[in-house]
Design a protein around this ligand. Sequence first.
Ligand SMILES: Nc1ncnc2c1ncn2[C@@H]1O[C@H](COP(=O)(O)OP(=O)(O)OP(=O)(O)O)[C@@H](O)[C@H]1O
Length: 554
Amino acid sequence: MSEEVQDALEISDLNVNAAGNDLLRGVSVSVPGGKITVLVGGSGAGKSVLLRLLAGILPRQHSPVYWEGNVRLGDVPLDSHSRGRTGIVFQQFALFDELTPTANVQFAIDHRADRALPPRYTASQWLELLGVPASPPVAALSGGQKQRLAIARTLAADPQIILYDEPTSGLDAATGRRVAELIRETQSRFGRTSLVVTHDYAGLLKIADEVLLLDSQAKTITRVPPERWSEIPDRMQAVALPSRTDDAEISEDGEQGRSSSRGRLQRVGSVLRKGVADFFGATGGTLIAAVRLPFDSLPVVPRPRWAGRFLLHYLALVGGPTGCLYLVIAGLIVGFTTTYFTLRFLPFRLYTQPLLIDELLASIGFALYRILVPVLATVLIAARCGAAVAADVGVKQYGGQIDALKTFGIRAAAYLLVPIMGAFLIATPILEWLAFTASHWISRMTFVICYPEIGIHFWNQHFFRAITLSPDSLGNAAWGSSLPVLGWFLLGKGWGWVLLKNTLCGFGTAGIAYHQGITPKQSASDVSHCITATVLWATLYVLVVHFVIALLEF
Ligand SMILES: Nc1ncnc2c1ncn2[C@@H]1O[C@H](COP(=O)(O)OP(=O)(O)OP(=O)(O)O)[C@@H](O)[C@H]1O
C-alpha cells in the first residue's frame, strides 16, 4: 500500500514580516520527500504563519503579514497553479459542519488535485480506514474523531505534502500519543511528505524523521541533527510579549492617579478614534464590495453539484421555516393595523366612512402591495436573513473553513457568494409574497369582522382595485388573490417595480452579508461585530433602495 513520493518542499531567501515585526529573515531550508519533518519553535515564533504561507493561502503582500522569497513544492513554484499540492490538517480541524463526515470527505475527493486519475478510495472507505463513524453529524464527533476526519479529508484530496498545524495541542497526553501514532501510521501507509508544526516537541519527536527549529531570536530555521535533539527545549524560546504602553504612562513619583486618569482619557480617545476608523473602514469596505459585486459573482463554480448543495444550505438559512413564520407574522401585523386603524381613525368617521370606504380599501390594497409590505419585508429580510448569513460566513472565516476551501484551490466566492446570491434572489420574493398574502388575508378578516353587514364581496371588489392590471379583471380579484405568486406578480399593477425593489434588496443584502462575513476574523467578537454591521448596512441599504425607487416609481 505504501508508495515512495519524491516531492519535497524547498524554501529559499524567505523573509516574513507580521504587523511590522520580522518573523523570518533570509531563510533557506528544504523538507525531504516522503518523510515526517517536525518543525518546532516557541510560542509566537511564526509557525502558523509559515504553515499558511506553505499552504498557499497567505498572499505575499496582504497586510498585516508580508512575505518575499521563493518556495517550491517539488518542481513547481508556490503560486495559484500549485493549489492542491499541499493539504492542511488545521489545528481547529476546519470541517464543514453543515455536511456529514462522508460529505466532508466526498467534497475533498471531488476537488482533489489531479482529477484525471481515479480517486484512491471512496469516501466511505476513507472513513473506514481512518476509523471515523459516518452517520453522526460533524458537530457530534469527539475531538479525536474530528482529528481523524480532518486527516481523512486532507488525504482524500490527494495532496503531495501534508501540513499538520499543532496536531496535539490542547490534547491530554494519551490522546496526543494516539494522534502522533496516527500521523506515523498515515505516513507509512500513504507515504506522503509530512510537515508537522508544533511546540509539543516531547510528544512528536518520536515520530520525526527530521527536525527543523524555528529560532525566534535569529529569525531563522535550522536543521537539528538527531544527536542534538535533546538540546531543543533550551533552544526553543517563546517570543516576548511587547510591554504595555499604558503601564509606561504611569509615573513612579506619586502622580499615578493623575497619570492614570490621563491614560484613561487617552484610552477613551483611542477607542473613539478606532470606532471612527472602524466605521469608515466598514463603510469604505462595504462600498468597495458593492462595486466589486458583479465581478465577485463571476467566479467559475468548480462543481455545480456542490454549488447546488451550498445553495440549499443558504436557502434553508434565508427562507427556512422561521424566516417564513417571521414574515407571515409581520404581514399579519401590518395588514391588520392598516385596515383596522385606517377605518377606525378616519376623520368625521360617521359621515365620511360610508362614502369613502371603497376608496379606503383600494388605497389600503395599493399601499400594502406597492409600499408597506415591500419595505417591511425587505427590511426584515435584510436584518434577519442578512444576520444569519453573515454569522454563517463569519464563523466559516473564523473557524478556518474558508482557508480549507482555499487549500482545495476554491475561491470562497464560488461556493459561498454565488449560492448566497441565488438563495436571496429565490427566497426574497417568496418571503415577500408570504407577507403580502398574510396581510391581505388579515385585512379581509378584519373588514368582515368590523363590517359584517357589508360583507366579503365588497372587500374583494375594492381591495384589489388599484393593483389589478385591468379594470375588467375586478371580478377576478379573488382569483388573483388566491393564485398566489402568479396572481401577485402577473396581475398586480406595478409588479415590475415591486420585483425590481425586491431583486435589488435581495442582491444587496446578500452582498453585504457575504462581504461582512468574509473579512478576516481574529476573534469571536469580530464575528458578532460583522453581524451587527450587516444588520446596520443592509437595512440602511434597503431603505435607500426603496426611497430611490419610490422617487422614480411615483
Ligand atoms: N493577522 C495578523 N496580524 C497581526 N499579527 C499577526 C497576524 N498573524 C500573525 N501575527 C503575529 O505573528 C506572530 C507569529 O504568529 P503565529 O501564529 O505564526 O505564531 P506560532 O508560532 O504559531 O505561535 P503558537 O505556537 O503560540 O500558536 C505573532 O506575534 C502574531 O501576533
